[in-house]
Ligand binder design. Structure first.
Ligand SMILES: CC(C)(COP(=O)(O)OP(=O)(O)OC[C@H]1O[C@@H](n2cnc3c(N)ncnc32)[C@H](O)[C@@H]1OP(=O)(O)O)[C@@H](O)C(=O)NCCC(=O)NCCSC(=O)CC(=O)O
Length: 450
């Protein structure tokens, strides 16, 4: 693979504001948001293949449609603030705020970057913008547009995880894409459809047991009794880490599902997500190998909008996700050889976690990571999911067609895998994986044994 000679030159950094006369806004964080306060931002890159595109036809349209979209998504133009006199952080947005947009140009090969084959993980880093974060203030969203002359462009969105979950980010991207496409096709914009207009009333989030206060106490004590928005330090991604996209077709998933049904009479939840994640966990644990008595941390986030009683609107803006899984899962049953025993064990675990999702467990799920991550031995394998199989991210057509590929860049920081519905709309799943090269080779060999 060799060292990369891709260059990315920054042409400009501009602040895109909402339309004039927009009001100021303050939106407090809820306990769902607070759980993610110090987690690294999520960097997504959407690649578009448009060889005939010129910068003058792309950049002004993306900027003006972003401005129009911010009218509905005002918190994204703003800042997260937490000074020493506020009990909890809030998002504030004033008319002078805006989203920083970086415009860049690259000599890279878009088809290769947007392909599936092994690529150095670090090659994606110059494509994503920085999100400014200090003790008192954090930007909420940053955007980078990188042009690949005669090939197309990529759009990177870096979002603060205490403000946006996957559902909110995908809703915003679809709204922005809708506005941009309309502007090109009709020279004007239709109103956003109901499903793209965010619902911002925070009073619908109930917290009868005071999860918010407990989380705030933990964050303050984790920062030497200071109120600080500083993020946890991120792991440096080595040059030996590669990014690969693996795919399961709808038929592959069905074949795996039948294998489970033939093996057990247990009533399992055999959704696309359960089969896919169990398969990925099996390959990850086997690719790492090692001491069979070791423990593995396996987690994923679930969307609780429809799981709360009463449910929240599906368009609720902010985080409404809860982490689930097992911090101390035994590797041994997953490492079992023969008759797909390891896979069966992983399916039973993931199925059990999904079936067990209920609002009564929210407090435990929100608070337990603090204790668990403090006591885990260094180097424990941690498997987690970024994105999801039903966010519809490939629907983000800004007027130049659907993205040819979407990557979640930040999975390389914490050995997460990214999941998304396959871009071709055939019901398969795309799985983004970042591992050291030798471990990735073992993962690939196991994955394609199917
Ligand atoms: C917990 C889950 C992952 C479990 O998924 P499952 O698919 O197993 O379970 P489920 O009950 O939702 O769906 C089971 C079956 O119901 C049907 N079904 C359910 N919802 C559907 C929908 N919207 N459209 C079509 N079918 C649907 C399907 O037939 C599916 O089976 P079948 O699948 O076989 O057709 C999911 O419910 C969930 O919450 N997903 C969203 C997670 C999320 O938001 N992640 C992002 C975290 S934030 C993050 O990571 C950062 C970021 O992204 O920026």
């Amino acid at each position: 693979m060799g060292r990369s000679n891709i260059t990315v030159n920054i042409l400009e950094v501009v602040r895109v504001r909402p339309p004039p006369h927009t009001v100021s806004l303050t939106l407090p964080l809820t306990f769902f948001d607070l759980g993610w306060l110090k987690f690294h931002p999520i960097d997504r890159v959407l690649f578009y293949h448009v060889p005939e595109l010129t910068p003058s036809s792309l950049i002004p349209k993306l900027k003006s449609s972003l401005s129009a979209t911010l009218l509905h998504y005002l918190p994204l133009a703003g800042r997260l603030v937490w000074d020493q006199t506020y009990t909890k952080p809030s998002i504030v947005s004033s008319p002078d705020d805006g989203v920083y947009v970086t415009v860049a140009e690259s000599n890279g090969d878009l088809s290769r970057l947007a392909g599936d084959k092994p690529r150095p993980a670090t090659e994606f880093h110059p494509l994503v913008p920085e999100l400014h974060v200090s003790d008192e203030m954090a930007r909420v969203l940053a955007v980078q547009i990188t042009l690949f002359p005669n090939q197309g462009f990529c759009l990177a969105v870096t979002s603060h995880h205490a403000v946006l979950d996957g559902k909110t980010t995908s809703m915003f991207l679809k709204a922005w894409a809708h506005n941009c496409k309309q502007e090109q096709e009709c020279g004007s914009r239709d109103a956003l459809t109901y499903d793209l207009i965010p619902f911002m009333d925070r009073t619908v989030v109930q917290d009868p047991t005071g999860i918010e206060t407990k989380l705030l106490t933990m964050w303050v004590s984790a920062s030497n009794n200071k109120r600080s928005l500083k993020l946890f330090p991120s792991k440096v991604v080595g040059e030996d880490v590669v990014r690969v996209t693996h795919r399961l077709t709808r038929e592959n998933i069905q074949k795996l599902r039948e294998r489970v049904v033939e093996t057990t009479r247990a009533e399992l939840h055999l959704s696309t997500f359960v089969i896919t994640y169990a398969y990925v966990i099996t390959c990850m644990v086997k690719a790492r190998g090692g001491d069979p008595t070791r423990q593995v941390c396996v987690i994923f986030a679930s969307d609780f909008r429809s799981r709360l009683n009463p449910p929240l609107p599906s368009t609720y803006f902010g985080n409404c996700i809860v982490g689930t899984g097992d911090f101390d899962l035994k590797a041994e049953p997953i490492l079992e050889e023969g008759q797909g025993l390891g896979f069966m064990s992983a399916v039973e675990s993931v199925s059990g976690w999904v079936k067990g999702l209920c609002s009564e467990n929210i407090e435990k799920s929100m608070l337990s990571p603090f204790e668990a991550f403090n006591r885990m031995e260094p180097g424990r394998q941690v498997i987690s999911v970024s994105g999801s199989t039903r966010l519809g991210i490939y629907g983000s057509d800004f007027g130049w067609g659907k993205p040819v590929k979407v990557e979640i860049v930040t999975i390389d920081k914490d050995e997460a895998v990214s999941l998304s519905e396959s871009g071709d709309g055939t019901g398969g799943v795309e799985i983004g994986v970042c591992l050291k090269k030798d471990e990735m080779e073992r993962f690939g060999e196991l994955f394609y044994l199917l």
